[in-house]
Ligand binder design. Sequence first.
Ligand code: SF4
Length: 99
Amino acid sequence: MFDRNSRTDAGTSDWRVLGICAQMRDIDKFHPGDTRGQSRKIIVERAIAICKWCQVQRECLLYALKERQESGIWGGEDMSRLGGEEQRRIMQNLRLKNK
Ligand code: SF4
């Protein structure tokens, strides 16, 4: 997984530096890890709410799907909750919107 706050390789992934989370100090809000129950729900909902305002939501989600991220909040989705079929459907929709 890349460091969302990294700006060293922005040339290959410019969208990263434009993400709202790249400006945040507490990036853990996007990686609930082993947190369970209501605490996890709150962390995930807050992160997804932030993503909805992010100008690179699409790029972020596409990257996460291509790189098969299995955890964390990316592009407004909780990757640990997405099954393979749903990932393919989202990927297809994102590609169709790009045409
Ligand atoms: S969509 Fe969310 S996780 Fe992705 S860059 Fe934007 S704020 Fe960060």
